[in-house]
Design a protein around this ligand. Structure first.
Ligand code: GTP
Ligand code: MG
Length: 452
């Protein structure tokens, strides 16, 4: 059992990377390799998250078993896609304390990998790289669930050489992007160098090394951040807004601070408005085997940070993913409303006198896009969550400087009447993509073409 004095919050870990490079498999392996459901220290499934307690991580791992820990475990966010990361915003930064960037060692970096790295740099989030699918290297001999050092030592020279070459290709690419990196077992200073861990999510090789790196990063660099309370009024971030049969509109929330109980008054945010409501029920997913049972959820009375939980309450229809949730308890309601408002205003979208129009599907996505535009000196005149409307196109058409008559839509569609209006507005261009740097490249190319 953890002693009271040493108790700090569970670090939140987000998994990012290109489609099919193995994010979900990696989490499955982390879960599967250490699931023991009878005793304390069992891994628990929560809404949008999995908690892996430190005992479960250390079990059966001799190097970990020897280490001293002051974190209770790791909370992995399993929402698919890199997009989860940008939704997980909180307090003007990212809710994720740490990240794993998964890259297929045989394919190397892809657009979404690069985007993930840019986002992590902007948010200053420590991360490790899982250079995944090593078992696909020609001639690789599998040693299930072994550490990297053990399995690497048992490979022949040609395979070892091939792995080294592939790791150095990643090091080179990372250097182009401004990161110093090394194979993790050669890194001396983790504050300066990113560690690359060769892994196989399929065979479990190198997975214990990834966990050890994450724990090391959390213990060394994050203790202050993590010393948030596991008591007091709850604070969280809305991960998703979902319709559930029999429950109405519900919020999937990652609670990062304090407690949340049935009957609590909560403050949440919708489009241009703040809502207060009372928690009707708190719901946890039932174990996988019971998923077909009519009642998918188990009701609980109260939860403490950090965890994922589904919240049912009246009036949740207009709530936006990525916005904060706070409990009113102790301080008065107006103060809490004030806090939520300031957190939303805090969303770091710098609005310039001159610039383009940007749209995105969530607040976090808008923020991530805006940060990258800012870094490249591209002004933003208007930034909004939602699809591209006819009004946006008309507005872009009235922008005086023709180089800014553009709309960037990140992960959000164009409404049909916007498409029609765009067809009648030759001076306006709209760029759509699910990858930020693709959007920026396209815009810059269009702009530079116009300049000539
Ligand atoms: P998206 O959620 O679609 O972005 O993909 P993902 O990154 O979650 O990838 P996922 O875990 O679904 O893996 C994609 C495919 O790669 C699956 O068929 C996996 O079985 C396979 N795969 C993942 N990791 C490994 C690995 O280490 N080795 C091998 N050989 N296959 C792997
Ligand atoms: Mg996946």
């Amino acid at each position: 059992k953890q002693s009271k004095t040493s108790q700090i919050r569970t670090p939140i870990v987000c998994v990012l990377g290109h489609v099919d490079h193995g994010k979900t498999s990696l989490l499955d392996t982390i879960r599967g390799s250490s699931v023991v459901d009878t005793e304390a220290g069992a891994i628990t499934q929560h809404i949008g998250a999995t908690i892996v307690p430190i005992e479960a991580i250390a079990r059966g791992n001799s190097s970990l078993a020897k280490m001293q820990f002051n974190i209770p475990g790791l909370l992995f966010i399993d929402t698919p896609g890199h997009h989860a990361f940008t939704t997980l915003r909180a307090r003007g930064g990212s809710l994720a304390d740490l990240a794993i960037v998964v890259v297929d060692i045989n394919e190397g970096f892809k657009p979404q990998t690069i985007e993930a790295l840019q986002i992590l740099r902007n948010y200053k989030t420590p991360f490790v790289i899982a250079a995944n699918k090593v078992d696909r290297i020609h001639g690789w001999r599998v040693h299930e669930n072994e550490s990297f050092a053990t399995t690497f030592a048992k490979q022949n020279e040609r395979v070892q050489g091939m792995l080294e070459t592939k790791v150095y290709e990643l090091v080179g690419k990372l250097s182009d992007l401004g990161f110093n990196s090394e194979r993790f077992d050669r890194v001396r200073d983790f504050a300066r160098n990113v560690g690359i861990v060769p892994t196989s999510a399929l065979t479990g090789e190198g997975i214990s090394d990834v966990l050890m790196m994450l724990i090391g990063l959390a213990q060394r660099y994050m203790t202050d951040n993590l010393a948030l309370s596991v008591e007091g009024p709850g604070a969280g971030t809305v991960l998703e807004v979902k319709e559930e049969r029999g429950l109405g509109t519900t919020l999937d929330v990652i609670l990062y601070d304090g407690t949340l109980s049935v009957g609590d008054e909560i403050v949440v945010a919708g489009h241009n408005q703040i809502l207060t409501t009372k928690v009707r029920s708190l719901l946890k997913p039932r174990p996988m085997s019971e998923i077909l049972i009519e009642d998918k959820f188990e009701r609980v009375k109260s939860v403490a940070a950090a965890t994922g939980i589904k919240v049912a309450a009246p009036k949740l229809e207009g709530v936006i993913a990525g916005t904060p949730l706070r409990v009113v308890r102790g301080e008065n309601r107006d103060e809490v409303i004030e806090k939520v408002m300031s957190e939303i205003e805090d969303i770091q979208v710098t609005i310039a006198d001159e610039g383009i129009i940007i749209k995105a599907d969530t607040i976090g996505a808008l923020e991530a896009l805006s940060k990258e535009l800012d870094a490249q000196g591209i002004g933003v005149l208007k930034a909004e969550v939602g699809p591209v409307t006819r009004h946006d196109v008309i507005e872009a058409g009235t922008i005086k400087n023709p180089l800014y008559s553009a709309i960037i839509a990140f992960n959000t569609p164009m409404l049909p009447d916007a498409v029609d209006t765009l067809a009648e507005s030759p001076q306006v261009s709209a760029f759509e993509s699910g990858v930020i740097y693709q959007l920026i490249d396209d815009y810059v190319e269009w702009r530079d073409e116009k300049k000539r």
